[in-house]
Ligand binder design. Sequence first.
Ligand SMILES: [Zn+2]
Length: 445
Amino acid sequence: MATYTFLTSSVKEVTSKINRIINKCKKQGIPYTFNVGEAYDKIIENKENNQRFSVNVTDIEIEVNFKFNGWTSLGAVTRKDGIVQCYFNDAALIKQYKDTDFHCDHCHKHAHRNSVIILEHENGERKVVGTSCVQEFTCGLDGNLIASFNDLDSYLAKKDSELGILLQGESLDDMPISVFCEHVGNPVYAVKDIIACASRLVRINGYENSNSDDATWKFILDLYGRTSVMMDDKDAYAEAERAIAWIANMTEEEYTSSSYLFNLHQIIDAGLCSMRHFGILASIIPSYQKSEYKRIQSERPASNFYGNVGDKVSLTLTFTKSISYNSQYGTGYFHFFSDEQGNIFKWSTNSPMEFGVKEPNSDYTSLHSLDQGAVVKISGRIKAHDEYRGEKQTVITRCKYEVIESKERDRKVAEMNEEYNRNKDYKCPWEKTFDDLLEHCFGGK
Ligand SMILES: [Zn+2]
């Protein structure tokens, strides 16, 4: 029996994913256990910097017994739209089976099949089996169901670790698009265009993972259709190119280290994709940004503590990243900054980092998320000197900040002025007609 602990906010998403599998188990008479517990508050503590949060969580028990005649499934390899994808939890299995010829060890028929399941017997024997032959090993059980359970398994493990990851201060990698995910039609798109759309969406709205209602990938097609918008977005294409190069230049050792990286590598190598790949392609943007952040951190001089605890400070810093989390008090944020000497600053607060843009000829100021790399003048008090994984962080508190430089703000201001200038001399036809009408009625004509 496996028990996973999830943030209560993600339980709806998780159970809907589990239910898809459980419904199939019901139909096929496969024994299962599936219980969703009561929500409760859990205090989690980061010992390294003494921060504590109360987080609302829910336990879910799930077990599906797929053992038949001593055989269990290790994972699956599929090919759709000309792209091979792996679903294993173990890098060694990816290396071993990524080049499978989709030959079935059971019937030895060379049918053109699109997926194989890798089965292992208790005695260590392994077989690569087509999804229709797999039923011979599993008393009639559908091979696609087994493949989808493998995918669910790795999904749950990842979701479960959200709490831990929250504390480690890292964002989640996206899960590979699932083998059982439905997809629509088969039009083909250039991978670069799709990633450029994702880059724009992430820049403007932040990233939403592929299981969310507002998942980034769901907006890609709409944006893709607005060719003129995308053609002007040089930054989105530049980021897409950098993200593609990041994957394309990986060594085989690197890209076979997880199913996620392997599947991304396969799609990028193909250069073309279908809509079923949008989810994983959208996720390349946050993954790439995370890897860039790590690279930059590793190249910059080691961080040292700044000032003394209790000092009032006023500093000019570069904004490097934000991590958000949900607790019963609402959304909280850790904002990270660095100075020119490479020293790291951290601010824990309930508000996001934003810049305001005053709209031309109006009193209204709109707020937008601050971009990584923006420069801020920030004042506050030094609360603590903490060490996190060997990195010295100066924790600042009660901060006020002013945005000094922001590429995103420059772009927003330019956009707004352009729109204002385009519209200011415009007179709508109705207005004209109404004036004409007035003149006609009362102007004595
Ligand atoms: Zn077969």
